[in-house]
Design a protein around this ligand. Structure first.
Ligand SMILES: Cc1cc2nc3c(=O)[nH]c(=O)nc-3n(C[C@H](O)[C@H](O)[C@H](O)COP(=O)(O)O)c2cc1C
Length: 194
């Protein structure tokens, strides 16, 4: 079974990106993936600093790395903050990019050679397009293969039905399509070996 981690870049109660992440997790499961939802509220991640890294590598940063490293793929669902991704998410990605346990500086063991997909939900008509564009670049920088399919969900405050499903059929099918592609590419990369 293909392991996919789903990471939302918001811990806000009532977060639209958490809602989109939950909908996407269901779509990934429907494609046969084994989904691990990562809730950043469960991780105590101080703001990255080289001194902390050298003297007291945060245990939860190591735990996050381990969870990511055990997957074949990663779906990140990000809010847009001033045209980019929130510091909560960037900090988490940064910590998990750091070497541990004698790894080489650029081992990138949480990310390298795995498949990734990006999504965003925003109140705006543009659906967080600038954030997903930055996120795509960041995930490529940590050596992930980011699939071309992506989701920007506009007017997120009106997008979800009571049961958490997406009201708009086009948006729902884009989530399904992206989930299917992520599972397919992640499985192929995992099979090919890294
Ligand atoms: C500091 C800050 C900056 C924001 N900048 C943007 C922005 O550039 N574009 C946008 O569409 N929404 C922006 N928003 C609104 C967020 O998209 C909105 O708060 C959204 O609900 C956050 O995601 P969440 O519901 O998953 O927590 C911003 C919100 C905050 C707090």
């Amino acid at each position: 079974m293909t392991g996919i981690a789903v990471l939302a870049g918001s811990t806000r109660e009532g977060s639209f990106n958490r809602a989109l992440a939950a909908a996407a997790a269901r779509a990934l499961e429907a494609q046969g993936a084994h989904v691990t939802v990562i809730d950043l509220a469960d991780y105590d991640l101080p703001l990255y600093s080289a001194a902390l890294e050298a003297n007291a590598f945060p245990p939860d940063a190591r735990r996050l790395k381990q969870v990511l490293a055990a997957q074949a793929g990663l779906l990140v669902v990000t809010p847009e903050y001033n045209g980019s991704i929130p510091p909560l998410l960037k900090n988490a990605i940064d910590w998990a990019s750091r070497p541990t346990d004698g790894e080489a500086m650029l081992a990138l063991s949480a990310y390298r050679g795995k498949a990734a997909a990006v999504m965003s939900a925003s109140l705006s008509p543009f659906g967080g397009l600038r954030a997903v564009t930055h996120l795509r670049q960041i995930l490529s920088t940590v050596q992930m293969l980011v699939i071309p399919e992506q989701v920007q969900l506009p007017a997120a405050h009106t997008a979800f039905a009571e049961d958490g499903t997406l009201k708009d059929a086009m948006a729902a099918s884009l989530v399904d399509l992206t989930a299917a592609s992520l599972v397919r590419v992640a499985a192929a990369l995992a099979q090919g070996g890294r």
